[in-house]
Design a protein around this ligand. Structure first.
Ligand code: SF4
Length: 206
């Protein structure tokens, strides 16, 4: 897709979702990192329902690093994968304390060295937390990128690279949130709302 076509698509998405942005509740980078880590295979809404209680008991990596899995589990039980997620956020906090003086690192490489943090989570922290250009490809973005003809792959890294090629770097954070909102609220996995979609002409969904 040519750059002007991509810009056109971006403008239309901005009209559809003028308030697209991070829907997780957080007050600082630590809370953002934990919230994103907890959001795997669940919704931001569900994560928001549990994080205020979790953060009031474990406000920093210092407190969370000393917690036991069975102490964290009840707080996040409703999110699914609670055992793994408890283990990861405790280990992640320990590493933050031991290697990063409790600070959230600002590079992808260092972020990805933290337990349970993959490229997608690292990209969200870079983009939302540090305002660095990055496109975090999740299941919604992977789906809509293919349906809109912005990518032709099931591989998330290939999709990310394809999107980065087609949009200007200054727009990558917007691209992430706008495609995410489009996938969450209009071009859903099941029963996409094609009757109100402005991209029917270019849609590749069979
Ligand atoms: S026409 Fe339907 S499937 Fe295609 S991009 Fe629009 S909402 Fe998604």
């Amino acid at each position: 897709m040519f750059m002007d076509k991509s810009n056109e698509l971006l403008s239309t998405l901005k009209e559809l979702f003028p308030n697209a942005g991070c829907e997780l509740h957080y007050r600082n980078l630590f809370e953002l990192l934990i919230a994103v880590s907890l959001s795997a295979q669940t919704t931001d809404k569900r994560v928001n329902q549990v994080t205020s209680a979790l953060f009031s008991h474990y406000p920093t990596s210092k407190e969370l690093s000393k917690a036991k899995e069975e102490e964290i589990y009840p707080y996040i039980q409703s999110l699914g994968l609670a055992k793994t997620k408890s283990k990861h956020i405790i280990a992640l906090s320990k590493k933050l304390e031991e290697e990063f003086s409790g600070q959230i690192p600002s590079t992808r490489e260092k972020l990805m060295s933290l337990p349970g943090v993959g490229r997608k989570t690292a990209n969200v922290i870079l983009s939302v937390g540090f305002k660095e250009p990055a496109i975090a490809v999740d299941t919604h973005i992977a789906r809509v990128a293919n349906r809109l003809g912005l990518a032709c792959s099931t591989d998330v890294l290939e999709i990310e690279q394809s999107l980065m090629k087609q949009f200007q770097e200054k727009d990558w954070c917007d691209v992430h949130h706008l495609l995410l909102f489009f996938g969450r609220y209009l071009c859903k996995a099941q029963r996409p709302e094609c009757d109100r979609c402005p991209f029917v002409e270019q849609c590749k969904k069979s």
